[in-house]
Design a protein around this ligand. Structure first.
Ligand code: NAD
Length: 453
């Protein structure tokens, strides 16, 4: 798409937004239902596209992509009227006689840039927020999942007029071209480095934005954790989608007393989930591209491989792998892994584990396995992270009642449920003043006015 056509599309969306049609409750509800119907009728194609792009199993396609979206739409439909209502607030003593209220107002035309790892869910979940909040939207899916991206383009194109919701396919150049346009809001999900580029572009036009980024999310296993269940839940969080999950546990911090036993359980759970030969398991996800495969394969000679370690370059597949004897100076600990490789570092005192995490940028997620309330309190209080789960992995992302987002380098802002609505809404403050009376002392003509305040 050339610049002029793109600019024309954005102008058309802005024009449609100004017409006010997209702002009514009825319109928003109708569009959310249309979106849901479109997904229902494309379910098979979505599952097939995810299989082609990532070898994602049907179970994962449903549980981590489509199902989450149905949940978000249903919850939003139920609550939208309440979220949209102006909210009364108290007024100060100095404003006696007036009324204050907050009106959630759509920003206007939103740009949504999505990544490849959950290419359906991470494109549609923000779109639900944009529609619910009364915006028009342009969606830019990832070029690394071309089947899903093409499907989104046709599905959205057949469901909505392009002056309301449109999809533009393409890679970094298209994304950069879009970032030059006068959007009213930008919602970006992707890597920290590209997040910086997006924020810089947004700053030039002072466009408000949400950045859903990544980073190295730690998983602490304290000595009192129930090890078999802990191992099962860690293997689930780490190897779902072959570790290509923004909130996957990136590395383990394990109490030295329980490391060996945890490793044994982890090996058992990996075999239980993916069999003895995960590379030939038809339901185990592949790595998205050759570039990412090579980057990940280079980590396999670090520390000691205690489980997995085999790869299939033809299929871009890497076994679920556990790396022991890892130190912080190794390359695997220098960047977000984003693949099925789990490095393990031991600690003796919980404060040591906390300090190790706090020496790094603030993570998107944190997991803690411990039954002790005191340990849970210390970690929650002393470590800053986007969101997390105690005694499980990933699950905090799957509830519409918890805002989801990062902090520091892992992101700015949050969404899901009401937070998605709020994310795409400006909170407009209004004070309605009384004309029934007036205080003389507030005006310059009243010399002694201020002393009454
Ligand atoms: P990415 O940053 O490479 O790409 C994300 C999007 O940005 C894609 O649509 C891509 O086309 C576009 N893009 C790429 N280069 C660009 C550039 N130079 N200028 C403008 N746009 C550009 O990220 P990815 O590889 O698709 O996804 C993986 C990363 O995303 C990981 O770091 C992961 O942790 C993070 N992530 C975060 C979340 C979250 O919710 N916080 C979810 C999924 C993934």
């Amino acid at each position: 798409m050339n610049n002029d056509t793109m600019a024309e599309l954005i102008q058309k969306q802005k024009h449609f937004h100004r017409s006010g049609t997209a702002r009514t409750l009825e319109f928003r509800i109708t569009q959310l239902k249309r979106l849901r119907e479109a997904i229902v009728s494309h379910e098979r194609q979505i599952i097939d596209a995810l299989k082609q792009d990532l070898n994602k199993s049907e179970y994962e396609a449903y549980s981590t992509e489509i199902g989450i979206i149905y949940g978000e739409i249903s919850y939003t439909l139920k609550k939208l009227k309440k979220w949209m209502a102006p909210r009364k607030v108290r007024t100060a003593f100095t404003h006696i006689g007036s009324k204050g209220y907050i009106v959630p107002e759509p920003y206007g035309t939103a740009l949504i840039i999505a990544p490849w790892n959950y290419p359906f869910q991470l494109a549609i979940a923000p779109l639900i927020g944009a529609i619910a909040a009364g915006n028009t939207a342009v969606l830019k899916p990832s070029e690394l999942t071309p089947n899903l991206s093409a499907l989104l383009c046709s599905m959205i194109g057949n469901t909505f007029e392009e002056d309301y919701v449109a999809t533009i396919e393409g890679g970094a150049e298209v994304s950069q071209q879009l970032l030059q346009q006068p959007f009213d809001y930008i919602f970006f999900t992707g890597s920290v480095n590209v997040g910086r580029i997006v924020m810089e572009a947004a700053a030039k036009q002072l466009i408000p934005l949400t950045l859903e980024l990544g980073g190295k999310s730690p998983c602490i296993v304290h000595w009192d954790a129930p090890l078999k269940l802990t191992a099962k839940r860690i293997a689930f969080g780490k190897f779902t989608n072959a570790g290509q999950t923004c909130i996957a546990p990136d590395y383990l911090l394990v109490h030295s007393k329980v490391k060996d036993r945890l490793l044994l359980h982890l090996k058992e759970e990996i075999t239980e989930f993916y069999g003895k030969e995960p590379l030939t398991n038809p339901d185990y996800s592949h790595i998205v591209s050759e570039k990412h495969f090579k980057r990940l394969a280079a980590f396999l000679d670090q520390g000691t491989v205690v489980s997995g370690g085999k790869t299939s370059p033809e299929q871009l597949c890497i076994e679920p792998t556990l790396l022991d004897h890892i130190t912080w100076d190794m390359p695997v600990m220098q960047e977000e892994i984003f693949g099925p490789i789990l490095p393990i570092i031991v600690y003796d005192k919980i404060q040591d584990a906390i300090d190790m995490i706090n020496n790094r940028p603030k993570p998107l997620a944190l997991y803690l396995f411990s039954q002790e309330q005191e340990i849970q309190d210390i970690v929650i209080e002393q470590v800053s992270f986007g969101g997390g789960t105690i005694n499980d992995t990933l699950m905090h992302i799957a509830t519409p009642y918890l805002p989801f987002g990062g902090v520091g380098e892992s992101g700015i802002g949050s969404y899901h449920g009401q937070s998605s609505f709020e994310c795409f809404s400006h909170q407009k403050s209004v004070l309605k003043q009384t004309t029934a009376f007036d205080f003389k002392f507030r005006y310059p003509s009243s010399k002694n006015g201020l002393k009454y305040l």
